[in-house]
Design a binder for this molecule. Structure first.
Ligand SMILES: Cc1ncc(COP(=O)(O)O)c(C=O)c1O
Length: 455
């Protein structure tokens, strides 16, 4: 749809101008990037950091609340928030205080501290499922959940949604090709074991597809986000998640809900907000306030099945767990973040801010006659280059426009607003304020005018 009105030559010209502006205004970041190229692959410490729309990333000097200052002295409003890792805001005071206390009391010792049970109880209160284990990343929590699901059911396969992302989890780096076959996702690095052997992939919102994927009783677990967030937000249609629950229950398949991003729906994620009844829940990124922390929890019925089922002599080498998982510092940070930062009261402030973001962007689009859609999930919102909300991941993917996306992100960066570098997503933290949101709306309006106005 955007193509019909978008002048590609104008887009390319504007993009070149914005790249020059970024480079001119960030000489210190440029120098650090050059220095990094000597010792870091592609000049960055992690592959995703090449994805910024700028010619090189802005290097951070300090971050606080919903803002950060780059080494060139510019203050940015941060809607990326470390791709959810800093959803609690940068450096929340209670988390810092808890981490400082714990640093002096012992960082890691592979023994439990009293924070573990507190965090377990709090996660149960939020997500319903009752027995928890910890990890350092959501990827690990998902990997271990899938292993345990196969262990408990004795079944070999897993089901995921087309265009899902659950971290660097081999079974989940799978998608459907045009012929409906399961293949590694585009760009899958060193493709793992054949995903067609491990995984069945179904479209989001496709009840019949799920029904047939589970029919032969070969699937251990369905691993899903209750709304897709990693291809752009795709919301469930009415009844879809009920159908997922009914089919998984009827076929004896474990339903794992990955709330790592959908925690934006409320303090208990979509599980809490929509009254879902998963068998297992995975949550990562946010809960440590920036300190590595993730958790996976079991329903009482599954906990009874898994508890004691692994021989004590094998418990350390079987492929579940990790040396620092559930370590003292992580759990101290998680207790403070859940108890004092990402609270119900914080969500009550964050969600209206996302509504304000949604309303602001929608009004610009409407007034300037641009047929794009805005979707919101709790404290997270996103615009799509299409007039109606996507129903499946493939539909959202088909309407992606990487050149347009990069331009909009860079335009915003040059006006000190940072969006997540993947699709067009903005996330609110407890520290985000209305003027931050309004700044985005203003900058977005200017970008749309620059792209589409006749002047
Ligand atoms: C839904 C979901 N699950 C899991 C992960 C993996 O998280 P991590 O990179 O912290 O392992 C992500 C990362 O974006 C995610 O969005």
């Amino acid at each position: 749809m955007a193509d019909r009105v978008l002048d590609r030559a104008r887009l390319a010209g504007l993009m070149a101008r914005e790249r020059e502006r970024f480079a001119a205004e960030h000489p210190r970041s440029a120098a650090l990037f050059d220095q990094g190229r000597a010792s870091l692959l592609d000049g960055v410490p992690m592959p995703w950091m090449v994805k910024w729309a700028s010619p090189f990333p802005p290097f951070v000097e300090s971050a606080s609340g919903a803002h950060f200052r780059c080494v060139d002295g510019h203050d940015y409003v941060d809607f990326c928030l470390g791709d959810t890792g800093a959803m609690a805001g940068h450096g929340p005071a209670p988390t810092i205080a808890a981490v400082e206390r714990q640093l002096r009391k012992g960082i890691t010792h592979m023994l439990p501290t009293e924070d573990a049970a507190w965090v377990g109880e709090e996660l149960t209160r939020r997500f319903g499922v009752g027995s928890w284990q910890f990890a350092l990343s959501a990827s690990d929590a998902n990997r271990w959940s899938l292993r345990l699901a196969r262990h408990m059911t004795g079944r070999p396969k897993v089901v995921v949604h087309d265009h899902c992302y659950h971290g660097s989890v081999d079974e989940a780096i799978a998608m459907l090709d045009d012929a409906g076959r399961v293949v590694p996702v585009r760009g899958s690095v060193g493709p793992q074991v054949d995903v067609a052997q491990t995984t069945r992939v179904v479209d989001f919102n496709d009840v019949a597809g799920l029904e047939s994927a589970l029919a032969d009783g070969e699937v251990a677990a369905v691993l899903i986000e209750p709304a897709l967030t990693n291809v752009g937000i795709v919301l469930p249609e009415p009844g879809y998640l009920d159908a997922v629950r009914e089919i998984t229950r009827r076929t004896g398949t474990i339903l794992i809900i990955d709330e790592t991003h959908t925690i934006c729906a409320g303090p208990g994620g979509a599980t809490g907000a929509w009254g879902l009844e998963p068998d297992m829940v995975v949550i990562g990124k946010t809960i440590g306030g920036g300190i590595p922390s993730a958790a996976y929890g079991f329903s009482p019925e599954l906990a009874a099945r898994v508890s004691g089922s692994i021989d004590v002599e094998d418990s350390d080498v079987g492929g579940v767990g990790g040396t620092l998982a559930g370590y003292a510092l992580s759990l101290a940070a998680t207790r403070a973040t859940l108890g004092e930062v990402l609270t119900t009261a914080a969500f009550e402030r964050m969600i209206p801010l996302a509504e304000r973001w949604e309303a602001g962007v929608s009004a610009v689009l409407r007034e300037l006659g641009v047929p794009w859609h805005v979707t919101r999930l709790g404290a997270r919102a996103e615009y799509h280059f299409m007039p109606t909300p996507p129903r499946t991941g493939a539909e959202q993917w088909a309407n992606a426009d990487p050149d347009l996306e990069r331009f909009l992100h860079l335009w915003a960066m040059n006006r000190r607003v940072l969006m997540t570098p993947f699709h067009n997503m903005a996330l609110m933290s407890p520290a985000t304020a209305a003027p931050d949101v309004d700044r985005h709306t203003e900058v977005f309006r200017e970008a749309i005018e620059a792209l589409f106005s006749d002047g």
